[in-house]
Ligand binder design. Structure first.
Ligand SMILES: [Cu+2]
Length: 251
């Protein structure tokens, strides 16, 4: 069914459940489509003028349609309560422990993605909204010692395979939406809010980041962002090669 629907590459742990929900909904839609089409064909034949020269004022007495309606409602209820809500609850019900995850901050702007890492000490330096300017997008207080080794990159996110990723999503200007299709995650990036999302990448590779909210005339350019999923060793090597503190705004 994945092939038939042409579902995109999947590279995250929870993504299978998202795909399953999509597949279940399609199965239901196929059943409804065939059912309605069959009923339509039957009605054309059964109620043709030549068979019914006079109108019938009594109408249908059977309750078959009521039972079918009920059955469809039950299936929809099961999909919503049994599949969709538990999946959503798992996603928003709590974050994995930070010390066992790759923790990053993402600030979207017109038209690219800024990402920040806590650096070697594993601690983000202090931040203050009042310090935000065109070169300090994250409002980092560089007098804080734990800010010294923090790393900022542009349009390039590195994460470790099979290790949860916690990303705090925000925006500098307008509403953007952080979307990585292969990870099956989407989260609006909203100015003044910092919303966490989490997922566990399961396949090494490079995946495109999309902006899923029309955010301006170069909205499409935000596909320039990519997420590299790599082994812990490769990630550590990459992290060690980065210059701390460097703001990398493309403005
Ligand atoms: Cu955008």
């Amino acid at each position: 069914m994945e092939k038939l629907l042409g579902l995109p590459v999947l590279a995250s742990e929870h993504g299978k459940s998202v795909d399953n929900l999509i597949i279940y909904v399609h199965w239901l839609m196929i059943v409804l489509f065939v059912g309605w089409l069959a009923y339509f064909a039957y009605a054309l034949f059964r109620f043709h003028r030549s068979r019914n020269p006079k109108a019938d004022y009594v109408g249908v007495k059977s309750h078959a349609s009521t039972y079918i309606e009920g059955a469809v409602a039950i299936v929809e209820g099961v999909l919503l309560i049994g599949v969709a809500v538990p999946l959503w609850a798992k996603s928003v019900g709590g974050l994995p422990p930070e010390n066992q995850s790759t923790v990053i901050q993402v600030v979207a702007q017109q038209f690219n993605w800024n990402v920040r890492y806590p650096g070697k000490d594993g601690k983000f330096g202090r931040q203050d909204m009042r310090l935000v300017n065109s070169t300090n997008i994250f409002g980092v207080d560089y007098t804080d010692p734990s800010a010294k080794d923090d790393i900022q990159r542009n349009n390039e996110i590195h994460v470790v395979v099979n290790k949860p990723v916690i990303a705090y999503i925000s925006s500098k200007d307008v509403i953007h939406s952080f979307k990585i299709i292969a990870m099956r995650v989407t989260q609006d990036a909203i100015p003044g809010m910092r919303v966490p999302i989490w997922f566990t990448p399961t396949q090494v590779g490079t995946y495109q980041i999309n902006c899923a909210q029309l955010c301006g005339n170069s909205h499409a350019a935000m596909t320039g962002g990519s997420m590299v999923v790599e082994t812990q060793a490769d990630f550590d090597k990459w992290l060690a090669a980065q210059t701390p503190g460097a703001a990398t705004s493309l403005e």
